[in-house]
Ligand binder design. Structure first.
Ligand SMILES: [Zn+2]
Length: 220
């Protein structure tokens, strides 16, 4: 069984998730947004007090609010870093991303050790997440689906009552809708979604109440 802990970090109120297997304590850190030493310590203390063995660092996508803590996590826990290849320009232009939101440039995050593909196999205990390619918010974004555990990390693709913005570099509204329809709305209704911002929800709730999807579902 996979446990989930959500942290909400940085000035963008970004959700950082720690996922771990109950038995083996093997852990995966998704989208570490910790942006100062207090947030880094909060994450580190949680890992050590729960005696977790961090095995992977994974980014759903590479907007700054999701990668602020990548350097820290990689260095602290000595883990391989997985991210989407098509989002690498976002890491390379980290300075521009930071400047565009009026922040001061901090230390540039590392480049990934491995690229995510839909064939990527990793495991936490007996659970094997499935990587779903869901571009549109960024060109490379992936959602991370845990079929045995009935939940999906949806990054900035699908939120409670909303969907990802498409007005940043590489965003495309139609492609985002296609990703949501073809990759997320096909999951079982009871699948819990854990988005990159705000609260969790379920696929069924979003089909019923998400204003961006209701019209679309009725049309199809
Ligand atoms: Zn984003």
């Amino acid at each position: 069984m996979i446990n989930i802990k959500k942290f909400t970090f940085n000035s963008f109120a970004e959700n950082t998730y720690v996922l771990w297997d109950e038995e083996t304590k093997e852990a995966l850190i998704v989208d570490p947004g910790c942006s100062d030493t207090y947030e880094e310590k909060e994450l580190e203390d949680f890992i050590s007090s729960n005696k977790l063995n961090v095995k992977y660092l994974v980014n759903t996508h590479c907007h700054i609010d999701h990668i602020f803590g990548c350097g820290f996590v990689k260095e602290k826990f000595k883990v391989p870093y997985y991210a989407p290849e098509k989002d690498v320009p976002l890491i390379e232009h980290f300075d521009k991303q930071v400047e565009s939101v009026g922040m001061e440039v901090s230390i540039k995050p590392p480049l990934p050790d491995h690229f995510i593909t839909e064939d990527l196999i990793i495991s936490l205990g007996k659970s094997k997440p499935v990587f779903l390619y869901t571009p549109g918010h960024t060109p490379g974004e992936y959602c991370i689906y845990f079929p045995q555990d009935n939940f999906c990390i949806t990054g900035d693709v699908l939120f409670q009552n909303s969907i990802g913005r498409t007005d940043f570099w590489g965003g495309d509204y139609n492609i985002l809708l296609e990703s949501i329809i073809n990759k997320l709305l096909v999951l079982p209704d009871e699948t819990i979604i854990y988005p990159g911002h705000s609260d969790k929800s379920t696929i069924g709730e979003e089909k019923r109440y998400n204003p961006f999807l209701i019209e679309l579902i009725n049309k199809n």
